[in-house]
Design a protein around this ligand. Structure first.
Ligand code: FES
Length: 164
């Protein structure tokens, strides 16, 4: 199969080369892993949340592609100093717009970034034993796209086994 270079815009390429907030956060309040059912890539999102439920800082680790690294990077910037409720409401379309657009076959990479963030926010409230009224009971589209960790681990083990 031939591999054509993807038409990424300059902002995506710049964020891919110099991502912001990349790396593990040792003092994170919460972190969550999400995997992409379409490509098997995975991402971890870390959040430092204060008592007022404001995100003081966010970082990520990604084993995904340029589009995933760029969307995750911009998302960590977009949610900084935001209340959890506002961060929750950011959609993958807004993130995609913020980086100046993505080739359509790469939309799922941005969906994964938002899925990881929402999973982290949900986990935060679950661990607190709290459920604010704005947090939907059912999983959102972005969360549904992010596979559960165990499922992902199985998929990765298969991949590492080299059988697929
Ligand atoms: Fe896997 Fe983009 S192709 S995250």
């Amino acid at each position: 199969m031939s591999r054509m270079p993807l038409p990424y815009n300059p902002k995506v390429l710049e964020l891919f080369r110099n991502p912001k907030n990349l790396g593990k956060m040792e003092d994170a309040t919460v972190w969550a892993v999400a995997g992409n059912p379409m490509c098997g890539d995975m991402i971890t999102f870390y959040l430092k949340i204060n008592k007022e439920e404001i995100i003081e800082k966010a970082s990520f680790e990604s084993y995904g592609c340029a589009a995933n690294i760029a969307t995750s990077s911009i998302l960590t910037e977009m949610i900084k100093n935001k209340k959890l409720e506002l961060a929750w409401k950011i959609t993958w379309k807004q993130v995609t717009d913020e980086i100046g657009g993505l080739p359509s076959i790469k939309f799922h990479c941005g969906i994964l970034a938002v899925g990881a963030l929402r999973r982290a926010i949900r986990k935060y409230f679950k661990e607190k034993g709290d459920k604010p009224s704005w947090l939907p009971q059912d999983l959102t589209f972005e969360e549904k796209q992010a596979l559960e960790e165990e499922e992902l681990a199985k998929r990765l083990a298969k991949r590492i086994g080299g059988q697929e």
